[in-house]
Design a protein around this ligand. Structure first.
Ligand code: S3P
Length: 168
C-alpha cells in the first residue's frame, strides 16, 4: 500500500471535485484517470467511445490504472465510474491505498447529471432506466472494492470532504 486515496463511485458522485479538494487539503498530487486518458489520446471521452467503442476505452483505462499502481508516491486518484468493472483494476486500486466509495442514489444522479453531454454511456437513452441498470450492475463491485463508503445525497462537496477527513 502506497498510502494513496482512491475515489470510486457512480457518474456524478463528485469524484473529481472531492478528489481535488482532498488533494489540496492533504498536499498530495491529484490524478484523474479519465483526464490522463484524454491527455494521452488528445481527444475527449465521447470521441474515444465513438472511434474505439467502450472496449477500447476500457483497455486504455486498464493500462492507465496498472501504470498508476506502480507509482511509488502517494496521490489522490479519481477514477471513472466504470473502472471497477475490471478485476485487474479492482486489485490495483486496493493495492494503492484506501479506496473510498462516493455513493449517491439514482435520484441524486439524475438531479446532478441530467443535461450532461460528456458521458457517452448516458446519451440517447432513457436516463432513469440506464442509471438504474448501471447501479444494479455496479453497486456490489463498488462495495467490494472500497474500504469504506460515504453517501453524498443532499450534501455539498465541503460536507463530503469533512466526512472523509474525519474518517482518514
Ligand atoms: C464512465 C464514467 C465516466 C467515464 C466514462 C465511462 C462509466 O467517468 O470514465 O464516460 O462507465 O461510468 P465519471 O464517473 O467521472 O463520469
Amino acid at each position: 500500500m502506497t498510502g494513496s486515496i482512491i475515489l470510486i463511485g457512480p457518474m456524478g458522485s463528485g469524484k473529481s471535485t472531492i478528489g481535488r479538494l482532498l488533494a489540496a487539503r492533504l498536499r498530495l498530487p491529484y490524478v484523474d484517470s479519465d483526464a490522463l486518458i484524454v491527455h494521452h489520446t488528445g481527444v475527449d471521452i465521447p470521441t474515444i467511445f465513438e472511434i474505439e467503442g467502450e472496449s477500447g476505452f476500457r483497455e486504455r483505462e486498464r493500462k492507465i490504472i496498472a501504470d498508476l499502481s506502480t507509482w511509488s508516491e502517494p496521490m489522490v486518484l479519481a477514477t471513472g465510474g466504470g473502472a471497477i468493472l475490471d478485476p485487474a483494476n479492482r486489485h490495483h486500486l486496493r493495492q494503492m491505498g484506501q479506496v473510498i466509495h462516493l455513493d449517491i442514489s439514482v435520484d441524486e444522479q439524475l438531479r446532478r447529471i441530467r443535461h450532461d453531454r460528456n458521458r457517452p454511456l448516458l446519451q440517447n437513452t432513457d436516463l432513469d432506466c440506464r442509471l438504474k441498470t448501471l447501479a444494479e450492475q455496479r453497486n456490489t463491485l463498488y462495495r467490494e472494492t472500497a474500504h469504506w463508503r460515504v453517501v453524498g445525497d443532499g450534501l455539498r462537496s465541503d460536507q463530503v470532504l469533512r466526512r472523509i477527513l474525519r474518517h482518514l
